[in-house]
Design a protein around this ligand. Sequence first.
Ligand code: SER
Length: 603
Amino acid sequence: MNSSDLRTKFLAFFKARGHAIVPSSSLIPDDPSVLFTTAGMQQFKKYFTGELDPIKDFGSKNVTSVQKCFRTSDIDEVGDESHLTFFEMMGNFSFGGYFKKEAIIYAHEFIAKELGLSIDYVSVFEGDADVPADMESEEIWKSLGVKDVRKFGRKDNFWGPTGAEGPCGPTSEVYVRGVEVWNLVFNEYYQDKNKKLTPLKVKGIDTGMGLERLAMMVQNTQTIFETDLFKNPLSTFMHLPGVDDKSGRIFADHIRGATFLIADGVLPSNKDAGYILRRLIRRAIFHSRKLTGEDNGGGFKLSTSRTLEAVKNTISFYGNSFENYKNLLVNEKDILKIFKEEQNKFIQTLDNGIREFNRLHNSKSKVQGESGGSYKIFGKISAEDAFHLYQSYGLPREIIRDLCVEREAEFDDKGFDKEFEKHQEISRAGVEKKFGGHGLTLDTGELKAGSEEEQRKVIKFHTATHLLHQALLEVLGNEVEQRGSDITPERTRFDFTFPRKVTPEELKRIEEIVNEKIKADLPVKVIEMSKAEAEKTGALKFFKGKYSDKVTVYFIGDSLENAFNKEFCAGPHVSRTSEIGKFKITKEESSSAGIRRIRAIIE
Ligand code: SER
């Protein structure tokens, strides 16, 4: 039975038992306390609490759905037989219509009779200080002939709430071939923000069964990746001679996840859902370079059209196979465009990053000669090296980890965390004490950045000022030298040496360059190094600046080598230039003999 038939069968089964069919909601829920829709019950939260009336909205107290879900909790597990980020969850729900008995009878009937699968065992809640043991469910299962009823505590047999608060309750899980396929939740409580449980006025049912896992049982495959859900759209991309399965599976999962997130309106960015999307796309691209069979071990050639083809296949497979997806997808052209733009942005970073990884790795590996041949002792990538790849080359952490696995080098997760914290402290200290290395402090002089909002603006102006400095050098040449800078939440003011008035054409060009760099969404990164090393990089310095032996250099661009601008600076800065907004020069004037002054705002 293919997955499309499974969905239809499930919905029809519950429709025949008085359930209204409700379409899947978006992967991006209304609830601001959660990033994604992780369960079928999420769109029904207010029906469980009694805030909304199911009869009015669905004509029934009982509903059924096949819900698109996205979970980040399993992201590191993706690549094994059964873990995914995006999946579909089939469920039946009742808001005061029925409770344990019917829910268990339905589940048993569907699995054992409709699908003819044999239930290994089930589990029920064993009870604790706050919630009693679920004897009732145990008896119901036994009356249906399921003898193996196992009991577990809060960790395994209690579900919810999603987000900060909501309905929750004890569960009963159904296992087939040792895999949990169905989770029946008996929503009896409301858990508030302080984790206090209060009985719900009306008891409810919330069940969830992953379509991919069920397809694996019904189609009798060893992994979810062999089911039609992956095979049909993605198998040509997943399996290539000589490429390990894990890369193929990660690629397939991430392509599917990214496609659905974009389809529901998420755009790649540096925060929240957009950040997760960016990570998925980047990791999929990383693994795809192997799947195209063009990795030459050093640099690599990526077949960008193949990644796009995989996205395309996913769209047409789902668009054609399931009513739920026919109308909800952002159109195919836009999905591909968004994916492609992100891909283009990342390719250069990845290429440079892998080269640097190889350089570091080779420099620490030894070739051992033996009479019969030679073998390589693989080097360790230290936490500092890993952080350097992350910070200066923009390689995401999981890709550094993946590269380490490929090259049999150790990845020091804890050390990486420590490096990360160290650098965050540096930039926090930057906010608190010294601002921008321009000799200004955050709360003295003209620079008053009180509220978070104002600080945010000042930070944007700070990065914009670096861009301005560089654009001045490009347009006016080396006579330009910074003489002062003053930033408020309203504007930036920049003084520099130059012997004459700057012409309107030159000002226009300078403004254009800054805006081009903003639009290019360049990363802004920091690196700590010795003063001597920093000087060698050619980073700009403030002539009055007093620098200690260890300095931080901020650079704007993918790597220190190809950065548009690099400066000795204590930060803080935005993390990508696109956060700045539109830059506009408002005035150019003489400040004193041989010194010009430019004022600019952000619109
Ligand atoms: N809410 C439960 C789960 O997600 C059952 O639907 O597992």
